[in-house]
Design a protein around this ligand. Structure first.
Ligand code: ACM
Length: 548
């Protein structure tokens, strides 16, 4: 009996949770203060979440996540009359006045209630994330939350993570999990790389062979692509996302205030397309295979040829893409388009002469302008990799720089808005250690500290007064050497966690030593909660290990 009594007491204690300290939130909020009142709010399942009708789905999202994370199931109540205001609970309410920074939220906790106040949908989601980070992980009956006041908004309007689903494809369940990773870290954009030389991963009605042929490769390279002789696994590989699956993912992301930007990579990186429709290539009589190797630039023909059938193809493909994605932006690739295939093709040369295009760079610009104008007529803005700026392109497109600072400076100086995703340090397919036993990756060293300390606005841009031309940043996750979900997790964590703070918090708020502490307090328990893997030696491989 006595033992039972003691067990009951221990059980009671176990079910009593304490909120995390707000200092452990990632990314670091703009302002945190601690009200004088020491009395905590005590959360329990008798309390409702009060919400405005517009944001019912977000209220459900909060409810579900509190339940998953703590075991406490709150009820939901629409705020139809203000008499409810005195009831104990969690309030989701707009900030007044409305002229506040985009994505801003305030989180106020006092003894009586919790208020997540938001400027807009993204502000609400950001506030929900900070609140969920304060919540402990476990099974509780009640959680005590100390009074707190947070005011917070991001440094950059564009905060993205990219994922290549061509080199390896991942199930819808993982795409959703990845979107959850983004939401947790207050990113607002998922850049979905859907087509490339090694596969076409989006269902298309007007051109069905893009799926029956273009979505599958005969086999896949084993090991690093620079190894010789090349070896292949002999296994057919592929797949694509149906339109129904894409709709499901876009809606899932929208609830979490994440914009999904699709990328259809043209006019290079188009081997899967010309394998399906050789008539769109510079050699229509050739049987092209979907690429089975990596690093295609210049080594194999993968370009679209400029001809009426190709431009019709582009219009129809992008029309189907536009119909699927509500995003105001569509990414058209434009990178690494080797000019040699156009140089060698007499028909392409005739086309260039007819159009008065003085060289192949001008032809590349012609392609990008063609599709950018078409997208503009559908109300969409075009994003392309920085090579779209090689010619004389008008500056209404957005340049996504994957090079060095040089290309970002060039584009910003010409008047482009720039999303900065420099290979160093924002390519998460590069090694995060110099350990020769580390899991296979692209050569290059992008350790956590480099990601954390990188300023997406290069000094030369600040000096030129062009800082507002850098609208944000992103990390790119090319999956040649990421054949499964665990490997993607290993490559992105904890670097993605560092990137979230690099893009959200002003430099004055950042501190790497403090960040390392918060990885332990906040990030690692989450990786475990998500059953994700991560690179465990992150603290050891810092910038002092950079090769001289
Ligand atoms: C790229 O890495 N070619 C965008």
């Amino acid at each position: 009996m006595k033992r039972l009594f003691i067990t009951a007491i221990i059980l009671c204690i176990c079910l009593f949770g304490m909120a995390q300290n707000a200092n452990s939130i990632i990314p670091k909020p703009a302002f945190i203060s601690y009200p004088h009142s020491p009395e905590p709010f005590v959360l329990n399942s008798n309390q409702p979440i009060f919400y405005e009708a517009t944001y019912e789905l977000q209220a459900q999202y909060l409810q579900e996540n509190i339940a998953k994370q703590t075991g406490i199931v709150l009820s939901l109540k629409k705020r139809i009359d203000l008499n409810n205001e005195s009831a104990v609970g969690i309030y989701l309410v707009p900030i007044k006045p409305f002229n506040q920074p985009a994505e801003k939220y305030e989180l106020n906790v006092n003894r009586q209630n919790i208020a997540i106040q938001y400027h807009d949908l993204r502000g609400l989601i950001n506030g929900i994330q900070s609140f969920l980070q304060l919540m402990p992980i476990g099974q509780f009956n009640v959680v005590k939350i100390s009074p707190i006041h947070i005011e917070d908004y991001p440094r950059f309007p564009y905060r993205g993570m990219h994922l290549d689903v061509v080199r390896h494809i991942f199930p819808v369940s993982y795409i959703k999990k990845y979107i959850d990773y983004l939401a947790f870290h207050k990113f607002n954009t998922f850049h979905w790389h859907l087509t490339d030389d090694q596969g076409w991963r989006i269902e298309m009605n007007a051109y069905p062979k893009l799926n029956t042929i273009g979505s599958y490769r005969n086999e896949t390279l084993i090991g690093h692509f620079k190894e010789s002789p090349a070896q292949y696994d002999g296994t057919r590989y592929g797949g694509f996302y149906t339109k129904a699956e894409i709709n499901e993912i876009v809606q899932y992301a929208a609830i979490r205030a994440i914009t999904v930007i699709p990328e259809i990579d043209i006019p290079g990186h188009s081997r899967a397309a010309i394998a399906a429709y050789p008539e769109l290539s510079t050699k229509p009589d050739t049987i092209w295979n979907v690429a089975t190797t990596w690093g295609m630039y210049n080594r194999q023909n993968n370009v679209l040829a400029p001809k009426p059938a190709t431009f019709k193809f582009l219009e129809k493909v992008f029309d189907e893409v536009v119909a699927l994605f509500p995003s105001p932006y569509i990414h058209v690739g434009g990178d690494e388009c080797s000019k040699i295939w156009w140089k060698q093709d007499p028909a392409t040369q005739v086309f260039m002469k007819q159009k008065g295009l003085k060289n192949e760079t001008a032809l590349q610009t012609y392609f990008i302008e063609f599709i950018a104008n078409h997208l503009k007529s559908k109300g969409k803005q075009t994003i392309g990799w920085h090579e779209i700026n090689e010619g004389d392109l008008d500056t209404s497109t957005i340049v996504m720089n994957w090079g060095t600072e040089k290309q970002a400076i060039e584009a910003a100086s010409k008047g482009f808005n720039v999303i900065n995703t420099p290979g160093k340090p924002f390519y998460f397919d590069h090694y995060q250690s110099l350990d020769p036993k580390d899991s296979l990756a692209i050569h290059g060293y992008n350790p956590l500290e480099a990601v954390y300390n990188y300023n997406p606005i290069p000094a030369a841009i600040i000096q030129k007064g062009l800082s507002n031309k850098i609208i944000g940043g992103q990390a790119n996750v090319w999956t040649e050497y990421m054949g499964n979900e665990k490997k993607v997790d290993y490559m992105i964590f904890p670097r993605m966690t560092a990137l979230s703070e690099t893009l959200w918090s002003i430099p004055e708020k950042k501190n790497y030593v403090d960040f390392l502490k918060r990885i332990e307090q906040t990030a690692i328990p989450r990786y475990l909660f998500w059953n994700s893997s991560w690179f465990k030696d992150y603290a050891k491989w810092d910038l002092s290990k950079l090769p001289k």
